[in-house]
Design a protein around this ligand. Structure first.
Ligand SMILES: *Cc1c(COP(=O)(O)O)cnc(C)c1O
Length: 223
């Protein structure tokens, strides 16, 4: 059996200071999340809206929920107000919708822009040039109820460490280009979320300050 508590303690001991750990609990039951909670973990990641909405009321209020999956526009309304951070904004249309729904609810929603560098066809996110274009045309300045806190990205799903490192380096470089461009004048754009169970150490070496770890904590997912 998976010892969630032991895994949390082990992972936390390995993660350097200044890097925040998101425990990815998708497809795992509330009891497993509670075990992690009791070991001191407060930030959890979910990839499906319905699942997050079912778990959230069954668990302590001080959990910070991170939404990390592809968010369909027809689910945005239900999700607003439930998350600490939506990490997976993959289109301007989605961003605008999050903003307008947040305005209706009178809340500020924290988001990360998801960037796509991996070689898989199926992954969501802005291509690097698209994301730079978005900032270059100052598309974010009209947002009233959304705080863009940084970038989330994934490396290619491969055992080729050089490939993975190259992907993370590219994501980190886009992050820096945006953050350090004085013309953008962004405030609080400081989160670089990259790295999962199999590759988080490389991600941290390449500058990640948030890692999203699932199976190394909760064991294999039961789909
Ligand atoms: C599932 C998932 C993770 C966690 O993956 P593990 O390999 O189980 O650590 C991280 N990020 C995203 C976006 C995910 O969908």
């Amino acid at each position: 059996m998976t010892d969630v508590r032991e895994n949390i303690i082990k992972v936390k001991a390995e993660i350097p200071e200044g890097v925040s750990l998101i425990a990815v609990s998708k497809f795992h039951p509330v009891e497993a999340i509670r075990e992690a909670y009791e070991a001191g973990q407060r930030a959890f990641g979910e990839s499906r809206v319905q699942e997050l909405l079912l778990k959230e009321p069954a668990l302590p209020c001080d959990i910070r929920w991170h939404f990390i999956g592809h968010l369909q526009t027809n689910k945005v309304r239900q999700l607003i107000g439930k998350t600490y951070l939506i990490e997976s904004v993959d289109s301007e249309r989605l961003l605008r919708l999050i903003d307008s729904e947040s305005a209706k609810r009178d809340v500020i929603t924290n988001v990360l822009m998801q960037v796509h560098v991996a070689k898989e066809e199926t992954k969501f996110g802005f291509y690097p040039e698209e994301l730079l274009d978005f900032f270059n045309k100052h598309g974010y300045e009209s947002l009233t109820n959304t705080h863009i806190c940084g970038i989330m990205g994934m490396a290619s799903n491969t055992d080729d460490e050089d490939r993975v490192r190259k992907d993370f380096r590219e994501i980190a470089s886009i992050f820096k280009q945006i953050r350090e461009n004085p013309e953008f004048g962004l405030r609080g754009f400081d989160t670089l979320s990259m790295g999962m169970s199999g590759d988080w150490k490389i991600a941290v070496e390449e500058g990640a300050n948030m890692v999203r770890i699932g199976s190394a904590i909760f064991g294999e997912r039961q789909y």
